[in-house]
Design a protein around this ligand. Sequence first.
Ligand code: GLU
Length: 514
Amino acid sequence: MANFIFAPMSKKVRVRFAPSPTGGLHLGGVRTVLYNYLFAKHQGGDFILRIEDTDQTRFVEGAEQYIFDCLNWCGLIPDESPVHSGAYGPYRQSERKEIYRQYAEQLVKQGNAYYAFDTPEELEQMRTAYKTEQNPSPQYDIHVREKMKNSLTLPADELERLLDEEARHVIRIKMPQGETVSFTDMIRGEISNETSLVDDKVLLKADGMPTYHLAVVVDDYLMKITHAFRGEEWLPSAPVHVLLWKYLFGLENMPQWAHLPLILGPTGKLSKRDGAKYGFPVFAMNWTDPKTNELTEGFREKGFLPEAFINLLALLGWNEGSEQELFTKEELIQKFSIDRVHKGGARFDFEKAKWFNHEWMKKLDAGRLMPDVKKVLNKKGIETNDDTVLEKVIGLVKDRCTLLPDFYEQAGFFFKTPEQWDVEAVKPKWNDDKKNFFIEYAGQLSQIINWELVELENAFKSLAAEKNIKPGELQLPLRIMLVGGKFGPPVFQIAEMLGQNETILRINKALELF
Ligand code: GLU
């Protein structure tokens, strides 16, 4: 765990989540959002959603809406975004295209970047020509740039001519030779990189669009971002970003970075197969995931509750240092601190995820669960038109449900007469005495005026005593008559909820079968 002291924050904390709309939002992505969000809210800061859509070739239709919907579902609502607006917009990089060129040109003027005119064929030739066993995929870097067609190598007049003609070109960063670029990561501490090992990344593409590297730095500056949590896959790019900050805006204005560790599966890296099995996207996408080529089910479809989902995500890499595992969003905001985020990869365990959901089922009240349960039941063809009844039913069974679809099995029988009865569970101990008991009991039930639990239970017990049968032996058959199987809440509560007619009807119907 990190233990670094940072200067007190004088500026208002502003964090951003900056996804590219190229596919679904997965476990790791939402955890990044969550840590940004919790950190900002803990400090009374702002959470900004910026869409990084400068790579038009990777754009996936619908992916941006999907991101908005996911954040909404998780309850992580941005203060500023393409849909929430704000003072630093636009919040979609494709709409900010005009902003970036001046910064790229400034870098060229300062000698920190250069124009490169190489065609795709010339780049390909370079890769073949410089390929060696030690260097199987040569990059456009300090060793190669002198041999390529760029503003560092071309004679001045030819360069001028090409620029006048608006010849197709990109702008590349000129990585300095032999420098060490360092920054302090909030989780990992001091991180240093040798500049000669990093290639001359493209900053501005031939179509005038910035690459991620330029856009992220310019926008973090213009949007006054103070802290940035992102996945550790961005660590190799960090030296480029630090240099761009140094050249353009001064390192003192650079956000503090925190690179979050990977989320691991039970046996190592989370695989695609794990994803298909456990539903790593937040919810199903209505396009096939370009990465897996499959329609994937997400956490929402599997029946996770957003309260449980953000709780379990928060604990994938952070802990409060106590035994407590269940946290509301408000508690997380209050307790989250960066110095308790782990440096090592966190393990995702699906069984543990289900445990969180079950705990949240118990914790939440029936009214909160009602809209979700209604959807589950409606999908199975069960209409529920009395909310008071439904709320009571949910209260009775929610502790038995782990995932939302469990409500169909656990609550469906309240609204629909069973189609099958577990006759086998009753048969071995079934006899005429029991049969007569139930015939008589059904008769007594029809006489009851106040249909209340105590009345039903008392009648049952007295009749059992009169017939000299242990009530315990009669309860299982009654349960199977009413429910169809060996499960559910206490049986007289079920009868009370079902009402007089339905209870008697089910007893009679089952009697024919037993
Ligand atoms: N657009 C980048 C991504 O898709 C954002 C990385 C960052 O947060 O700097 O992950």
